[in-house]
Design a protein around this ligand. Structure first.
Ligand code: KG4
Ligand code: ZN
Length: 338
């Protein structure tokens, strides 16, 4: 069986092909120009997806040595994401499915991330404690199978990636913030400043807006960002990164104490963070659990995870009609299509 996957939810255009159990292509084109604006500009994103999608599909087919007619299932991200950006990939996929008379599957982007650990050679084993940490979402989930996903908690305000992006902007380090903060933190002393970690009533929820405000206040107390030298900035970045990682791993620890899982998987753009990786591996060792963190190519937005999720849905007999609408937010209706 051959599945074509298309991802255009934000600032990455990606096209992937899965042939039976093998990923034969996963092309990712990143829209780097958004850094000039300090964040993603939706209209520019849609236009860039439109310009690159066709050549990317052609390259993915060529790399996989197949033609359009060989494809069995055509899938694309339907949401959550930027509506104009989603429309490009979703409409393209629907058009292909209609003209070629193929099966069509609309994939939830977060479900794509959730199962991205399965793209690795060493796969997670159900039940899995999954931490989704991306630019738009922070979720702690108990995933019992491909069709049973239970939410333990989520962020009550900013997503972890969003906090990295905002603090990076505040420190004048640039966009996207995660990699910039991580790089600066490598030269920093994480113990120089202690930023607070939010205490919440709900045991598995997260909150990052207070932390972001603490960094802002700290910067203001120093007399503004112009008064802070580069070593001091690195120290702030390191202390902030440590606070985020502590907040994430504390909740994972609590979940491991209360739920019997076989493995842990950390997915989404922030899963690329080296300190988060290090601390989660320590946690997994402590609880003697298998841990799967996708490699960089599968942490950020990619179509391999979309094609993989479509494949699992297809195996459960799920396909979608061509009037499937894109959706911007992860609401109850759109979360977990099962
Ligand atoms: O999953 P993703 O590629 O896109 C969304 O679906 O949101 O996640 C992007 C987020 C951005 O906020 C970016 O700053 C963050 O992932 N990120 C990182 C790192 N690399 C990317 N955050 C922390 N450390 C990193 N190394
Ligand atoms: Zn994502």
């Amino acid at each position: 069986m051959i599945v074509l996957g298309i991802e255009t939810s934000c600032d990455e255009t990606s096209v992937a092909v899965i042939k039976d159990d093998t990923l034969t292509a996963n092309f990712i084109s990143s829209q780097h120009f958004h850094k000039n604006f300090g964040g993603v500009v939706p209209e520019l994103s849609s236009r860039a997806h439109l310009q690159i999608i066709n050549p990317l599909v052609k390259s993915a087919l060529e790399k996989s040595s197949i033609s359009l007619n060989d494809i069995d299932v055509i899938s694309a991200t339907a949401g959550p994401g930027l509506i104009g950006a989603l429309l490009v990939g979703l409409t393209y996929a629907k058009g292909l499915a209609l003209s070629l008379n193929k099966k069509f599957i609309a994939v939830n982007h977060i479900e794509g991330h959730i199962f991205s650990g399965f793209l690795m050679e060493e796969k997670p084993e159900f039940p899995i404690l999954v931490l989704v940490v991306s630019g738009g979402h922070t979720l702690l989930l108990l995933v019992k199978s491909f069709t049973e996903i239970y939410k333990l908690g989520s962020t009550v305000d900013d997503a972890a990636g969003e906090a990295f992006d905002k603090v990076s902007k505040l420190l004048g380090l640039g966009y996207p913030g995660g990699p910039k903060i991580q790089k600066a933190a490598e030269q920093g002393d994480a113990g120089r400043i202690i930023f607070p970690i939010a205490e919440l009533k709900e045991p598995y929820n997260f909150s990052f807006s207070g932390l972001k405000t603490s960094v802002l206040r700290y910067v203001q107390q120093q007399g503004g960002i112009e008064k802070i030298d580069s070593q001091h900035k690195s120290d702030i970045a390191a202390a902030f990164q440590l606070a985020v990682v502590k907040a994430l791993t504390q909740k994972m620890k609590k979940a491991l104490e209360n739920f019997d899982v076989n493995s842990i998987s950390i997915v989404g753009g922030v899963a690329a963070n080296s300190l988060l990786k290090e601390k989660s591996i320590e946690l997994a060792e402590k609880f003697r659990k298998k841990i799967v963190i996708p490699r960089l190519e599968f942490c950020g937005d990619n179509a391999a995870m979309i094609a993989f999720r479509a494949k699992t849905l297809f195996e459960y007999g799920i396909t979608h009609k061509l009037d499937y609408k894109p959706y911007p937010a992860l609401d109850e209706h759109s979360f977990l299509s099962l």
